[in-house]
Ligand binder design. Structure first.
Ligand code: 3HC
Ligand code: NAI
Length: 692
């Protein structure tokens, strides 16, 4: 029988089964909560019913509160009211879990009297990832079942645990057979009745808390151990405070009210708004505008990689990791041996850490073939070029590839900045050419810029985006233009950072401003880490900027003991008098007056220049949406997640403010800050980037 559009109610013997089916993920929307409440009330009123099973159809148990309803008016019952109805039901309620019981979904399961799940299910409280905390009793009930240390881990990481672990922790009472959840949950409910088991309320359990009472220092220890990971984020600390509150001697309702008050603070904060924006932006990025959804993808069963250097090796590993064979081509046996050796050593290091079995290591290496002949790529479905960043070298490779690759093969370049249309023109099949811009280290970094050229075939674009997912990357589709999205905005940051140090800011001051904003490392620190000589051409160098001069002096960054900073043998960083002298001398030569540069000027110049560049990129159609730019900078360049990406940050300032700032910066520092036409337009129309 239907309770409402998303809920059905059936009675099997003594057991009422309330089934929710609200695609895609059974989020606890208004309709879902109403449906469950209606079902539970029916079951309570029905004398023939002894116990209730709450179960979902579709791909998962409730995936949490409905994030799309946040900030909108809620209809009764609220999640908390629904929880009261369930927890206080006079008949046992059994939550039957498959897929992922997340956030409010798990919190609802925690007010059921018993929980059963299939082995493939997962349980977690991921609110922290949205800048929130479990606001429906999760921080109070979870520690009462799994203990404080595990609860702290779960609420601050947001990562789910497997059904097996959940069973061991006591979070689940039983495992069902895979594919027979409904029947097993009903059987379990019948047993609960037969054995006259009590109505267990998690809120009444205290034994696990008593264990922690003896060691109150665990909270301080946990904060200290995770300080680096939590830096800048509000939500982890608030989650910890709530778990800490489980040890306070107070009525359970007061603890819930405390949790609620902290939840409300987080919900109002810009960090949660930013993190929720990122959640949807990541999913939006996977959607391709302008290409029919039913465009078929091509099978990628064999991959070729050209160049076994820094990038080629890492790129190859992505495919080996998911069981796709790779042939890697080099120009000399020495370069090939070096490249293959690095791949093997990387895997061995992972194996030593216990994260890869000997069997898997062997399997992955067995999928890898080295070659000195491009002809060996004749049967590859996808070929990724990662040779030197020189247009002539790339054109030559693509012209030769054209003669070798099978018809229909996708020919991709990993270029950082070069014009992919020009590279494609070296072939007779420009529709087959695409950019796949990986980030270093390519086997680790999550971002993949998929660059469509003016001729890229839709099937190739769709295939590349799908492939990104297959190899665990976040693919962002971008257009062909200098530096695409990420590196072009990086270039805008470079310009400001370089200029700021010439005007008198120290590299430490620039780095500190960015670090304090939330980047994992400063600008010059990053350059030193990557190596100042990446992309530096020793043949054409002519002391044209500080970076070139440092390179000419052999100061290539960390690896050579010095760049913008000096490093000791343990790579500890100290300010460099030598680099400072180079900067001062160069400023003098260029006639740039040096002065004290305030920290807020450093940040303003860098950040507003980046937003302005992002706006130009949008105007030129190089990025399809502002949120794509945000994803590129968060996943590829360490922009702090809790600040939502440069375009979200621009919206947070307000586009009119961005415009005023840019005009003021333009007046003070020149036309490099001329506001992009898009910003002028949006300000005039009273709109933000979010309205695009
Ligand atoms: N509310 C609304 N929509 C949601 C949602 C939610 N909680 N979770 C997922 N969706 C939507 C996604 O936006 C996506 O929509 P789209 O198809 O229009 O893009 C669709 O569901 C499918 O999501 P995914 O593409 O992510 O599907 P996957 O199968 O890869 O993953 C998932 C499924 C593991 C459930 C993943 O979506 C997820 O992690 N969701 C978020 C879970 C979460 O954070 N829950 C806590 C919410 S906050 C809360 O509960 C507060 C409470 O404590 C009071
Ligand atoms: P690298 O210098 O480490 O490796 C290039 C390799 O290509 C060398 O091993 C070289 O022997 C080989 N090679 C050169 N010509 C070849 C040819 N004709 N056939 C086969 N092999 C050839 O360079 P890196 O850093 O791996 O860069 C490769 C490409 O990736 C460049 O286009 C670069 O801009 C891009 N890139 C680099 C990133 C980085 O951080 N290093 C990040 C993203 C892209």
């Amino acid at each position: 029988m239907k309770v409402n559009d998303v809920t059905t109610y059936e009675v099997e013997g003594r057991i009422a089964v309330i089934t929710v089916n609200s695609p895609p993920v059974n989020a606890l929307s208004n309709a879902v909560r109403q449906g469950i409440a209606g079902g539970v009330e029916k079951a309570i009123a029905d004398d023939a019913v002894g116990a209730l099973v709450l179960i979902c159809e579709g791909r998962t148990f409730f995936a949490g509160a409905d994030i799309t309803e946040f900030g909108k008016p809620q209809v009764e019952p609220s999640l908390r009211e629904l929880q009261k109805i369930v927890e206080n039901a006079p008949k046992p309620v059994i939550a039957a879990i498959h897929g992922t019981a997340l956030g409010g979904g798990l919190e609802l399961a925690l007010v059921a009297h018993y929980r059963i799940a299939v082995p493939s299910a997962k349980c977690g409280l991921p609110e922290v990832k949205l800048g929130l905390l479990p606001g429906a009793g999760g921080t109070q009930r979870l520690p009462r079942i799994v203990g404080i240390p595990k609860a702290l881990e779960m609420v601050t990481s947001g990562d789910p645990v497997s059904a097996k672990s959940a069973l061991e922790m006591g979070l689940l009472d039983e495992l069902a057979g895979e594919g027979q959840l409904r029947a097993d949950a009903i059987a379990f409910a019948n047993r609960v009745l037969d054995e006259g088991r009590s109505l267990v309320k998690v809120r009444d359990k205290t034994d696990k808390l008593d264990e922690a009472r003896a060691r109150p220092e665990i909270f301080a220890e946990f904060r200290k151990a995770n300080a680096k990971k939590f830096r800048g984020f509000l939500a982890p600390e608030y989650n910890i405070r709530c778990v800490e509150a489980t040890l306070v001697d107070q009525p359970f309702e007061d603890a819930l009210a405390y949790e609620r008050s902290l939840f409300d603070v987080l919900m109002q904060d810009s960090q949660s708004a930013a993190q929720r924006h990122v959640f949807f932006a990541e999913r939006q990025a996977a959607k391709i505008d302008g290409i029919p959804a039913d465009t078929p993808t091509l099978p990628i069963a064999k991959v070729g990689v050209i160049g076994a250097g820094t990038m080629g090796g890492g790129i190859a590993m992505n495919f080996l990791n998911v069981g796709i064979p790779v042939t890697i081509v080099e120009t000399s046996q020495a370069a090939l041996d070096r490249g293959l050796g690095i791949i093997r050593r990387n895997y061995e290091t992972t194996a030593k850490k216990g994260k890869l079995s000997a069997g898997d290591l062997k399997k992955r290496m067995s999928l890898l073939t080295g070659s000195l002949a491009l002809e060996d790529l004749a049967d590859a479905d996808l070929i990724i070029e990662a040779v030197f960043e020189q247009i002539d070298v790339k054109k030559d490779v693509f012209a030769r590839l054209d003669a070798v690759a099978k018809p229909g093969a996708i020919l991709a370049t990993n270029t950082s900045y070069l014009d992919i249309d020009a590279i494609a023109a070296a072939t007779g099949r420009p529709e087959s050419v695409i950019g796949l811009h990986f980030f270093s280290p390519a086997n680790v970094m999550k971002l993949l810029e998929v660059v469509r050229t003016k001729d890229s075939a839709p099937a190739n674009i769709v295939t590349a985006m799908k492939l990104a997912k297959t190899i665990g990357k976040i693919g962002v589709l971008v257009g062909n233009g200098f530096g695409f999205v990420g590196n072009r905005i990086l270039a805008a940051r470079n310009t400001q950072a370089d200029r700021l140090v010439l005007e008198g800011a120290s590299p430490e001051a620039v780095d500190a401003a960015l670090y304090d904003f939330g980047f994992p490392m400063g600008h010059f620190q990053m350059r030193d880490l990557v190596g100042l000589d990446v992309g530096w051409n020793r043949e054409t160098t002519r002391s044209a900027n500080v970076r070139e001069i440092l390179n000419e002096m052999g100061r290539h960054g960390q690896k050579s003991g010095g760049g913008y900073y000096d490093y000791d043998e343990n790579r500890n960083r100290v300010p460099s008098p030598v680099a400072l002298q180079v900067i001062e001398d160069f400023a003098k030569k260029e006639g740039i007056a040096r002065r004290e540069v305030p920290a807020d000027e450093i940040l303003d110049r860098i950040l507003f220049a980046m937003v302005n560049e992002g706006a130009r990129i949008l105007d030129e159609g190089i990025a399809s949406r502002p949120s794509d730019i945000d994803i590129v900078w968060i996943t590829g360049y360490g922009w702090p997640r809790y600040r939502g990406g440069p375009m979200f940050w621009g919206d947070l300032q307000g586009v009119p403010v961005v415009l005023e700032k840019l005009k003021a910066l333009q007046a003070a520092h020149g036309d490099g800050f001329a506001p992009s036409p898009l910003i002028e337009r949006l300000a005039a129309e009273g709109k933000g980037f979010k309205d695009l």
